[in-house]
Design a protein around this ligand. Structure first.
Ligand code: SF4
Length: 64
């Protein structure tokens, strides 16, 4: 399963980082860094929660 980011929608709010900090990071200037495009084993729950919680719906999952 792969994480897809709609970069035009992401506003760097960091909700995803707070829910799945191993996968998402928002740096000091508000840019999102995705550490692993593939959802790491054992992190599916956190990543799904992060995807569902993004206020701008910038995140989606591919290959479910
Ligand atoms: S929660 Fe959504 S808008 Fe905020 S940094 Fe993550 S992807 Fe971007």
């Amino acid at each position: 399963m792969r994480i897809v980011v709609d970069w035009d929608r992401c506003t760097g709010m960091g909700m995803c980082e707070s829910l799945a900090p191993d996968v998402f990071e928002v740096d000091d200037d508000g840019s999102l860094i995705v550490h692993s495009e593939e959802v790491p084993e054992g992190q599916e729950g956190e990543v799904r929660e992060a995807v569902a919680s993004c206020p701008t719906e910038a995140l989606s999952l591919e290959g479910e």
